[in-house]
Design a binder for this molecule. Structure first.
Ligand SMILES: Nc1nc2c(c(=O)[nH]1)N[C@@H](CN(C=O)c1ccc(C(=O)N[C@@H](CCC(=O)O)C(=O)O)cc1)CN2
Length: 282
């Protein structure tokens, strides 16, 4: 039997509908939420993500503030736009689209973001809050993964979860999120240095593949009935290639495909963060 599809596109649509009411209440009170974005360079994938974020905003009534810089922008150029967004009262939350060109330090830019406008939850203060279990904006992809599993009643409490990938936007914060008392999962964080990846994934109730290696997770690496979420984004011949091989649907109990799974949830959680930040801005 084929796995149940964890439909991120439909779930994200439902979340946007839910957010519309909160946005309308803020707007009626003269406090319309506004999402700012900064896109540096002309990577077509990054441009697509940023455009999609703004079209989501239009759907729910969030204002859009778009900034762009050329691929050869200096760190000072980027920091100047970040300072502008920090000071802009119409911008209640914003993101700097990643990755940034090589000459710009991602760490320095993320640190310059006002933590109270950090719609990506990637400022060191907010990542520190995640470690400490203190409320704050949370990174959008990990949040989207947890929300997708919750809405499909995939149990996490006591579950063995294997996360493949230790990046700052997905793997590392996801491990922290899943081990909070409210989720209560047991997490193994695997990466390129993991000796026997298949031994780990075969023992897992939930596998999150975020390594960016096309077809890395094959059917023989999955426990029958497990939930498998494909977060890997590579491009092969111009098309998205996920980390999870197609035949995994014949073994798994649930599959979040790529595209159509975690990507749309990432965008929905961004809107949710922007609305929450606007509510907190008082
Ligand atoms: N500042 C940030 N940069 C990046 C993040 C992030 O969370 N914050 N994550 C990724 C990219 N990302 C968000 O920006 C993202 C990835 C995927 C999608 C999405 O909707 N994907 C669609 C298909 C898209 C396509 O056809 O190309 C899907 O999966 O169905 C949205 C956002 C790196 N950068």
């Amino acid at each position: 039997m084929s796995a149940t599809r964890l439909d991120g596109k439909a779930t994200a649509g439902a979340i946007r509908t839910e957010l519309t009411e909160r946005v309308a209440a803020l707007t009626a009170a003269g406090r319309q939420p506004g999402l700012g974005t900064l896109l540096v360079g002309d990577d077509p994938g990054s441009r697509w993500y940023v455009n999609a974020k703004h079209s989501d905003c239009a759907q729910v009534g969030i204002a859009s503030i778009q900034h762009e810089l050329p691929a050869d922008a200096s760190q000072a150029d980027v920091l100047a736009v970040v300072a502008e967004l920090n000071a802009d009262p119409a911008c209640t939350g914003y993101i700097v689209q990643l990755p940034l060109p090589r000459q710009v330090s991602e760490a320095a830019v993320l640190e310059a973001v006002d933590p109270d406008k950090d719609a990506d939850g990637l400022h060191p203060t907010n990542l520190g809050r995640l470690v400490l279990g203190v409320p704050g904006p949370l990174p959008c992809t990990p949040l989207g993964i947890v929300e997708l599993l919750r809405r499909y009643d995939v149990p996490l409490a006591g579950a063995e979860v294997v996360v493949v990938g230790r990046g700052v936007t997905v793997g590392r914060p996801l491990g922290l999120l899943l081990t909070r008392r409210s989720e209560n999962a047991t997490v193994t964080l695997c990466h390129t240095g993991t000796r026997d990846l298949a031994a780990h994934t075969r023992a897992a109730d939930v596998v999150v593949a975020a390594a960016g290696v096309p077809g890395l997770i094959t059917a023989d690496m999955v426990k029958p009935g497990a939930a498998v979420l494909d977060v890997g984004v590579s491009r092969v011949d111009g098309k998205i290639a996920g980390d999870v091989a197609a035949e995994v649907v014949d073994v798994a109990g649930h599959v979040a495909p790529n595209p159509g799974g975690v990507g749309p949830m990432t965008r929905a959680m961004l809107l949710s963060n922007v609305v929450t930040l606007a509510e907190q801005a008082g």
